[in-house]
Design a protein around this ligand. Structure first.
Ligand SMILES: Cc1cc2nc3c(=O)[nH]c(=O)nc-3n(C[C@H](O)[C@H](O)[C@H](O)COP(=O)(O)OP(=O)(O)OC[C@H]3O[C@@H](n4cnc5c(N)ncnc54)[C@H](O)[C@@H]3O)c2cc1C
Length: 512
């Protein structure tokens, strides 16, 4: 382990002047939703917290933006949260935000050359009733006959290695390719065979162990879920959560009388600090000492790390349960996720008032291949589409439709398309390409209807939760649990999505 330089001396490695360390109660590294929730939870205990974020803004993929005109703010990344549990809803309500449900519209899928409404009563596309009419329309009688075997196959006929293998072993290939692939790969941007079941469908394996049928397990989870849609949103957009959390954490600093940071006006009380990339973590007695690339040093008895980029700096300090010395636990390194581009179009298109594809469409990875006979549905148009998903945002979110129409008049719509699957470099779509893809997926010619568009890149933000990676995370988290004053949270350990991260972040810092 590297010995610390004397306090206040220039840092030998970087040559930058080292400022004296600042002492607070807790340091949180990373200002995504995980870091913000962790910091807020600690400030509510009356602790003085400093959150250090490397980039120039907090929130990560929970981000808002607006067209030039009308200036209606909308989500440019995450736009909903899973309705399982009440953690996010409770948080939103505490922050004074209004939780809303999406319009009661079907989501559509596109697979094997066909567009079809996705079966309603499912989890990640896995149906609860294999012979339901909406399942039959999507996978045909042959598919239904195979899927129905799930109700009679013995429990041991199940391979739980990953989501794809499990679904194929119980319900057959058509369910996997046509129903589960569009949904699960749309959400996690990775192939089914890379997805850890427990990470992407919490509770499903336990329910399967109880019911001995995957479709019954899905029915059990659905029955336990809150009534209505599987997702919720926030009036004004999910990014309002980030804005409210940041405001609350920043305000907490004003209550602290002294601060080691000063400017001409006196002490600076900044709890949320951007442009602060953490590049060093040390132990000084019982404290953690964190340094940043701009020469700041913060010490605290509590350290919360919410990004995998800083995990290697923890390696020398975490001790595996049963080991005497630290430094033996491998640091989980998530694979780079898909390179994602989101194109958001503002369209003059009254033909979309009727929401021709419900709330939107998820496109299976092999959508253009494997068309086969015997499946009812609408085969119009998706050939040559590069988008992997489309959200008809003004159909899905009534709050957004109201605001857009009040500002821009009737017949104006917002449609969002996402591009990029794991393992490939994604070229940014032009507004023209996005409009062509939207036309094909929605069955309406939208090519000369684009009033404005926004383009947003999310580079590797959704690492695939593979079984091997989840096992590494479990071992590393156990070791962190044995290390005094240290917690890790965020999507890299909790799994993707606000529902998983918010609950994990609150629990992870509870014992600190
Ligand atoms: C396009 C897109 C759409 C999504 N849609 C949804 C959705 O609808 N619903 C949903 O629930 N989830 C959605 N997700 C997933 C969800 O947004 C993420 O799981 C979640 O925002 C991740 O939060 P986090 O705090 O774990 O990580 P991040 O938001 O990535 O935060 C980590 C932070 O750490 C910072 N950092 C990195 N290195 C350092 C360092 N050395 N020092 C200091 N800071 C550092 C980073 O800059 C970053 O801000 C979506 C994701 C994407 C990309």
């Amino acid at each position: 382990m590297t010995p610390l330089p004397p306090l206040g001396a220039p840092d030998a490695a970087s040559g930058r002047p080292a400022r004296p360390p600042e002492h607070v109660d807790a340091v949180v590294v990373g200002g995504g939703i995980g870091g913000l929730v962790a910091a807020r939870t600690l400030t509510r205990r009356g602790l003085q917290v400093v959150l250090l974020e490397a980039s120039d803004r907090v929130g990560g993929p929970v981000r808002g933006g607006a067209f030039g005109s009308p200036p209606v703010r909308l989500d440019l990344g995450a736009e909903s949260f899973a309705a399982r549990g009440t953690t996010v809803t409770d948080l939103a309500e505490e922050l004074g935000l209004d939780v809303v449900s999406p319009a009661a519209l079907s989501a559509w899928g596109y697979a094997a050359g066909r567009a079809f409404p996705l079966p309603k009563a499912g989890v990640l596309g896995i149906p609860s009733v294999p012979w339901a009419a909406d399942v039959r329309r999507a996978i045909g009688w042959l598919g239904v006959a195979r899927a129905a075997l799930d109700r009679v196959l013995p429990r041991f006929v199940a391979d739980t290695t990953d989501l794809g293998t499990l679904v194929r072993s119980r319900l057959g290939r058509r369910v996997a390719d046509r129903l589960v692939a569009p949904v699960a790969t749309g959400v996690h941007s990775a192939p089914l065979d890379r997805l850890d079941v427990a990470a992407v469908a919490p509770g499903l394996l336990d329910a399967f162990a109880r019911t001995a049928s995957l479709s019954r397990a899905v029915a059990e989870l659905r029955a336990a879920a809150p009534a209505g849609s599987a997702v919720r949103g926030i009036d004004g957009g999910i990014h309002a959560v980030v804005e409210a959390l940041t405001g609350e954490i920043a305000a907490s600093a004003e209550e602290f009388a002294d601060s080691p940071r000063t400017d001409a006006t006196g002490p600076i009380h900044a709890a949320v600090r951007v442009g602060q990339q953490v590049d060093g973590v040390q132990r000084v007695g019982a404290d953690w000492q964190v340094t940043t690339t701009v020469g700041d040093t913060v010490r605290a008895p509590r350290l919360v790390v919410t990004t995998p980029h800083v995990a290697p700096l923890l390696a020398p300090w975490v001790t595996a349960p049963g080991e005497a010395e630290p430094g033996t636990v491998p640091v989980p390194t998530p694979e780079a996720g898909a390179d994602i581009w989101l194109a958001t179009l503002l369209l003059d298109a009254p033909e979309l008032d009727d929401a021709p594809r419900g709330s939107g469409m998820l496109v299976a990875p092999d959508a253009e291949s494997a068309a086969d006979a015997g499946v009812a549905g609408d085969s119009k148009g998706a050939a040559g589409v590069r988008a992997k998903a489309l959200t008809h945002a003004t159909a899905k979110w009534p709050w957004l439709a109201d605001r857009v129409r009040r500002a821009a008049g009737p017949g104006v719509h917002v449609v969002r398309l996402s591009y990029g699957r794991i393992g490939t470099t994604t070229e940014p779509p032009s507004a023209e390409e996005a409009a062509r893809d939207a036309s094909a997926l929605l069955g309406v010619d939208l090519t000369d209807r684009v009033r404005d568009h926004l383009l947003q890149r999310w580079d590797g933000s959704l690492p695939p939760p593979t079984p091997a990676y989840r096992a590494q995370v479990a071992a590393f988290s156990a070791a962190v649990g044995h290390t005094p004053g240290l917690a890790v949270t965020g999507g890299w350990v909790a799994g993707t999505g606000l529902a998983a991260i918010v609950a994990h972040a609150q629990a992870a810092v509870a014992a600190l």
